[in-house]
Design a protein around this ligand. Structure first.
Ligand SMILES: Nc1ncnc2c1ncn2[C@@H]1O[C@H](COP(=O)(O)OP(=O)(O)O)[C@@H](O)[C@H]1O
Ligand SMILES: [Mg+2]
Length: 421
């Protein structure tokens, strides 16, 4: 029996094209009386290709419907924007709250994902650049193709070219066999060029050439090898400034940053801290096989106001450390010394350092402090009864619960019986 070849996959996938291929496949199967293994393999391969095309189409559909909805984005509240992302089944291996600047980044990533456009993610160390790169890959049509990560800052200068583009046996001392580079490994998938600002100038020139020509040459070989690789790069440096100073090629910067996403530091999205705390506390509990650690009120207050120079990575490490060191209730002493309150006292975090805080931040800290004080005093007065406090203050009970949660205040600590004797 002859199995008709399904036409090769076109660059553009369409519903019509897919239907035609399914018809050919159905005809092959309809007239098959008994199939040999190689023929089964061939049919399997054809169906796998079809499945890939259908997936590609479904990604496109999602993108189109997301863009249609995006038109009304300006009218949506942050909470609605967050919910809309979740409803669109945006794949994100982490948590996010309602912070508008972060939502903007995620929405941009979502739109960029199904395209092959290069994306540059910048932001301080620990803000989630690598996480976002994976998100861009995971939400695109290449999701089940390779994702290859290269840390440009971690490769010795003389090996960068071979690492990225591979080499031929004998190309240099130590090149004992032919070797594939990262670009070839990422063929049809995504290559993540981390710390791109650390790539030395000669490497930048070669990279630019590859991005322009869509083909690589292994070190020591003249043979061009076509590569179809989607590029996402990340840096914690200001590449434009580096370009002005002559340490980063301007043309490469523009080629990499067709879409640029700047992740805000955690201190500029403090409203995300409670969500992240909960997430990492659960993660730590699972990792360390222990019940979730509870935070003392003053520790939570400090963690909500702390500056996190190491951003989310630092927050995560702090929580892991607490999960390891604290028994049930974590307190200031379970923090690494560098993250403890600067005042030296573990009592109250009241000292405001005007050199490190803007007026609006200072107002926020003071207002948070007043809010917490109000809630604690209120709970004390009603012996820890939340419904009573709600009644007395005329506040909505669930809003009150949300506020208590935000401040890490447990009503139980205000029950008469909970007080140490
Ligand atoms: N929104 C988030 N939710 C959960 N984890 C996060 C989030 N953002 C970052 N992380 C975690 O924080 C750590 C640092 O993120 P990473 O992407 O490596 O940062 P960067 O590349 O900017 O230094 C990682 O463990 C990452 O999984
Ligand atoms: Mg990183």
């Amino acid at each position: 029996m002859k199995i008709v070849d399904v036409p090769a996959q076109d660059a553009t996938v369409s519903f019509g094209g897919v239907l035609e291929k399914i018809e050919i496949l159905r005809n092959s199967l309809r007239w098959a009386s008994n199939l040999e293994r190689p023929q089964i393999e061939k049919l399997l391969k054809q169906s796998n290709e079809l499945r890939d095309e259908v997936m590609q189409l479904s990604h496109k559909e999602r993108f189109i419907s997301a863009s249609a909805k995006a038109k009304t984005r300006a009218q949506l509240s942050s909470a609605e924007r967050r919910q809309a992302l979740l409803d669109r089944q945006f794949v994100y291996d982490g948590v996010f709250g309602d912070n508008p600047a972060l939502l903007e980044c995620l929405e941009t990533a979502e739109k960029a994902a199904p395209t092959d456009l290069p994306v540059l993610v910048d932001g301080e160390s620990g803000t989630g650049k690598e996480l976002l790169a994976k998100v861009i890959h995971a939400n695109g049509a290449r999701a089940d193709r390779p994702y290859v990560s290269v840390n440009c800052g971690a490769i010795p200068e003389n090996l960068i070219e071979s690492e990225l583009f591979g080499h031929k046996k004998g190309a240099f001392t130590g090149a004992t066999s032919d070797r594939k580079g990262k670009f070839e490994s990422a063929h049809n998938g995504t290559i993540f060029l981390d710390e791109i600002g650390e790539l030395p100038l000669p490497g930048q020139v070669k990279l630019l050439r590859v991005l322009q020509a869509h083909e690589i040459q292994r070190v020591g070989s003249d043979e061009p090898i076509p590569v179809d690789t989607r590029v996402v790069a990340a840096t914690n440096r200001n590449l434009l400034q580096m370009a002005q100073e002559g340490t980063f090629r301007e043309d490469l910067y523009y080629r990499l940053s067709v879409i640029q996403v700047t992740l805000p530091p955690l201190r500029e999205r403090r409203d995300e801290i409670p969500v992240l705390l909960d997430y990492f506390i659960d993660q730590a509990a699972e990792l360390l096989a222990r019940p979730p650690v509870r935070l003392s009120a003053r520790l939570r207050r400090h963690l909500l106001n702390y500056d996190y120079p190491g951003n989310i990575r630092e927050l995560r490490n702090i929580v892991l450390r607490m999960g390891c060191l604290a028994d049930d209730l974590a307190d200031i002493e379970h923090l690494p010394p560098t993250a403890r309150p600067a005042t030296g006292s573990t009592a109250e975090v009241q000292g405001i350092d005007i050199t490190s805080m803007s007026l609006s931040d200072a107002k926020k800290v003071a207002s948070d402090e007043a809010e917490r004080h109000y809630l604690e005093e209120g709970l004390r007065a009603v012996n820890g009864k939340v419904s009573e406090l709600a009644r007395e203050t005329g506040m909505n009970r669930s809003h009150l619960q949300t506020l208590l949660k935000k401040h890490g205040i447990s009503y139980k600590d205000f029950r008469e019986s909970a007080k140490p004797g």
